[in-house]
Design a protein around this ligand. Structure first.
Ligand SMILES: [Zn+2]
Ligand SMILES: [Zn+2]
Length: 351
C-alpha cells in the first residue's frame, strides 16, 4: 500500500508547533520510503521552541534524532530492503568537498539545514509519520532495539566524535561533569572504550539514573566534586574531563579536577547565556593543558555509534523518558522536553 501524503510537525513561531499534511515525495533511485517510528526531541529542537535558538528559522519541520523501518526502496538501492530498521544520520548534497570528506553538517548545500523545500519548509522532517530519505543519510539498526533508543544514533555520534578528539585510552580515568542525557551518553561511550568513568551531578534523579547504569557517581550537592575526583584517583586527578553541562562552575571545576600535567578537557556542552572560562594562559603552558572543543559528528562517527547501540555497548534505555507522546501531542512533547531535569522525550510517530 503506497502512502500518498505525510503528516508532520512544524514549528511556526516560538512556542507553537502544529501538525500539517503535505504530499509525500516520490522515491528517487537512491532513496527509501521510511515509516518513521520515533523521533527524540533534542536540546536544539526545544531550544527553538522556547525562543532561544530562533536563528534556526521558520517554518521549521525539524527533528533529527529519528528512527524507523524501510517500507519501499528506489530502483538503484542495493543496501536496504523493506523491513530494515534505520536511524537518521546527517544528509547533504553528497557531492561537495565537505560531504565527500564526511563533514556533512558543513555541506555547501546543507539541504536539510539552510535551504527550504519547494513548499517552503526548513528541517529534516524527523517529526513526520513517513518520509523519503537518501540511503547515504541512514544507518542500519538492530531490530531488537526500541525505536526511541535507535533514535540516539545522532547524539551518540556526536559523543564518538568528541571522544576521538579527546583521545580517550583504555584504563584512563575520565571525569564527566553533568549526568544529563549527553553526560550519560558520554559516560557510557567512554566506558565502552575502556576508560574508568566518574560522573559528577547535583540533581537526585540524575544521580540515581547514573548509579542505575553502574557508573561511579559523585553527589556534588554533598561533597566538593574536585576533592572527590582527587580522592578517587589517589590525589592525581582525572586524565581527561568532559564538560557536559554549559556553566561557569563546570568550567572552573574541570580545570581543577584534571591532572596537573598533560590533562585534557573536552567542551561538549553549550550554555545560554554563554558560560565563561577564566584561565591564566601561563597555566595552559606550564601544565601542558589541552582545551578541546567538539560539536556534531562526521559520517564515520555514525557508523561507530550504530555499532555501539546495535551491540549494546551503549545502552540508552535508561535515559528515554517513560511517557511517550504521539505526533498529535507535539506541543505537550515540547513542553515536557523543555522541563528542567528531563531526559530525552520521544515522539512516537505512527501510533
Ligand atoms: Zn540532536
Ligand atoms: Zn554537500
Amino acid at each position: 500500500m503506497k502512502q500518498k501524503t505525510m503528516r508532520f510537525s512544524v514549528l511556526t513561531e516560538k512556542g507553537h508547533a502544529e501538525v500539517r499534511e503535505r504530499p509525500l515525495p516520490e522515491i528517487g533511485s537512491h532513496q527509501v520510503l521510511v515509516k518513521q517510528l520515533a523521533c527524540n526531541i533534542c536540546t536544539t529542537d526545544y531550544g527553538q521552541w522556547l525562543g532561544l535558538r530562533e536563528h534556526q528559522g521558520y517554518p521549521m519541520a525539524g527533528g533529527h534524532e529519528g528512527a524507523g523501518i524501510v517500507e519501499a526502496v528506489g530502483e538503484g538501492v542495493k543496501d536496504y530492503k523493506p523491513g530494515d530498521y534505520v536511524a537518521m544520520a546527517y544528509d547533504g548534497c553528497g557531492e561537495c568537498l565537505a560531504c565527500r570528506q564526511g563533514d556533512v553538517l558543513h555541506c555547501k548545500d546543507a539541504a536539510s539545514l539552510k535551504s527550504k523545500t519547494e513548499d517552503g519548509y526548513l528541517g529534516a522532517f524527523g517529526f513526520a509519520d513517513y518520509y523519503v530519505r537518501n540511503t547515504r543519510s541512514l544507518i542500519q539498526m538492530n531490530p531488537a532495539l526500541n525505536p526511541s533508543c535507535m533514535a540516539f544514533l545522532e547524539p551518540l555520534a556526536t559523543v564518538v566524535k568528541g571522544l576521538k578528539k579527546l583521545r580517550v585510552q583504555p584504563l584512563e580515568t575520565v571525569a564527566v561533569i553533568g549526568a544529563g542525557t549527553m553526560g550519560l551518553v558520554n559516560a557510557q561511550a567512554a566506558r565502552a572504550l575502556g576508560a574508568r568513568v566518574i560522573v559528577s551531578e547535583i540533581m537526585e534523579k540524575k544521580i540515581d539514573t547514573a548509579r542505575g547504569m553502574n557508573l561511579e557517581v559523585i553527589d556534588a550537592g554533598k561533597e566538593d566534586p574536585v576533592q572527590a575526583v582527587k580522592k578517587l584517583t589517589g590525589g592525581t586527578g582525572a586524565d581527561a574531563v568532559i564538560i557536559a553541562v554549559g556553566a561557569d562552575i563546570a568550567n572552573k571545576q574541570a580545570l581543577e579536577m584534571v591532572k596537573e600535567t598533560d590533562g585534557r578537557i573536552l567542551f561538549f556542552a553549550a550554555g545560554y547565556p554563554a558560560p565563561r572560562l577564566e584561565i591564566d594562559s601561563n597555566l595552559i603552558h606550564y601544565r601542558r593543558l589541552e582545551l578541546i572543543g567538539t560539536y556534531a559528528a562526521d559520517t564515520i562517527d555514525f557508523f561507530t555509534a550504530g555499532n555501539m547501540l546495535n551491540t549494546g555497548a551503549v545502552d540508552v534505555s535508561g535515559i528515554v523518558e517513560p511517557v511517550k507522546y504521539k505526533l498529535g501531542d507535539i506541543q505537550k512533547a515540547f513542553q515536557a522536553a523543555a522541563t528542567p531535569g528531563m531526559y530525552r522525550v520521544s515522539v512516537l510517530l505512527n501510533e
